[in-house]
Design a binder for this molecule. Structure first.
Ligand SMILES: Cc1cc2nc3c(=O)[nH]c(=O)nc-3n(C[C@H](O)[C@H](O)[C@H](O)COP(=O)(O)OP(=O)(O)OC[C@H]3O[C@@H](n4cnc5c(N)ncnc54)[C@H](O)[C@@H]3O)c2cc1C
Length: 300
């Protein structure tokens, strides 16, 4: 029996075999067995409290840091819709839905003359994904501006986390995988002694110059190992421009894998593993994937 027939009666949107890969930033990969877009928080709580426990549930944001494998994702993928895309500002505090794009929060902070969130402008993900990954760039991380966040477990229990309790380190937190972040509170700095729009323009310029913006990519493929830059190791191992099928190591930034057109998730994964092997062979350093690989391989 299809799992769609076992779903609770919700007011949000439920779709079977929903194409995910094409919507991901890589533009590769299979379908979600079921995709659920809750209409609001009550709908999400209702759904999670009633869904049969044997069906796996996973949240996704903008899919800018995930490789959805070609065989797709079993169970339910939850993507937060419009209700979770609101921002409210009171003084220096911004209450932000987890579905809000990072760039929107950067814009709201700028419009309210609150500093410290400029780096978020160039991050293509959502607030939920960015908190989970402790995303960051240009020397700042989202945990530097986060105050606390709200989440709900896949069994429907609402929880709150103060930033000091999420164990934020380089590109990771200890927020449990069974927790869907739904809302967060951020603190900006008023009366900064620099121009916020100018700082944003400068950071975006640096990004455009260094990264293949506009390509189908999920950003940095590997974490920077302690004491090294992943791109330098990849360069040293001779992998710049390396290709597997339609996947290629970017000429512009060799820690980025790009889909040059027609790549499969398998092309991306095989290319990534080749890089890992070559870097280990030539530099004796073990790379760790930053991009999260999800779902079943095409031939599983
Ligand atoms: C061109 C480009 C440049 C990038 N540059 C950077 C950079 O400079 N710095 C950086 O850190 N990252 C960068 N990234 C990666 C990516 O944008 C960030 O990691 C982003 O925060 C991921 O957010 P997302 O919404 O796309 O999450 P997704 O990719 O959809 O998911 C990532 C992880 O978060 C989980 N997740 C998503 N939403 C939720 C939620 N609501 N609750 C709980 N868990 C959730 C998912 O289950 C998954 O494990 C870049 C990506 C691209 C394409």
């Amino acid at each position: 029996m299809s799992i769609i027939n076992r779903m609770p009666k919700v007011s949000g949107n439920l779709r079977e075999n929903a194409p995910l890969g094409k919507k991901s930033h890589f533009g590769v990969g299979g379908v979600a067995e079921v995709l659920f877009e809750p209409s609001d928080m009550d709908d999400l709580v209702f759904f999670l409290r009633r869904i049969p426990k044997d069906i796996p549930v996973m949240p996704l944001g903008a899919m800018s840091n995930v490789l959805i494998r070609d065989g797709g994702i079993d169970g339910v993928v939850i993507v937060l819709g419009d209700w979770f895309k609101k921002v409210f500002v009171e003084g220096e505090i911004m209450e932000v839905g987890a579905g809000v794009p990072c760039s929107k929060l950067a814009t709201v902070a700028m419009d309210n003359e609150l500093g410290g969130l400029e780096f978020l402008m160039g991050l293509p993900g959502t607030i939920g994904g960015a908190i989970k990954m402790n995303a960051g760039c240009f020397g700042s991380e989202i945990s530097n501006v986060l105050v606390e966040c709200e989440g709900i477990t896949t069994s429907g229990k609402v929880q709150w986390f103060k930033v000091r309790d999420i164990g934020a380190t380089y590109r990771r937190t200890n927020i449990p995988d069974d927790c869907i972040i739904t809302r967060a509170w951020f603190r900006g700095v008023s009366n900064v002694n620099y121009s916020i729009p100018k700082k944003i323009r400068e950071l975006m310029k640096q990004r455009r110059e260094a990264q293949p913006i506009g390509s189908r990519t999920c950003g940095s493929t590997f974490k920077n190992p302690d004491g090294y830059k992943a791109w330098q190791l990849i360069e040293k191992a001779g992998c710049r421009g390396l290709k597997v099928g339609g996947a290629q190591v970017s000429d512009k930034h060799c820690n980025f894998i790009v889909n040059t057109g027609g790549a499969t998730a398998s092309d991306v994964e095989i290319l990534g593993e080749k890089i890992v092997q070559e870097v280990l062979r030539k530099t004796n350093v073990q790379l760790e994937w930053e991009i999260i690989k999800l779902g079943r391989k095409g031939n599983d």
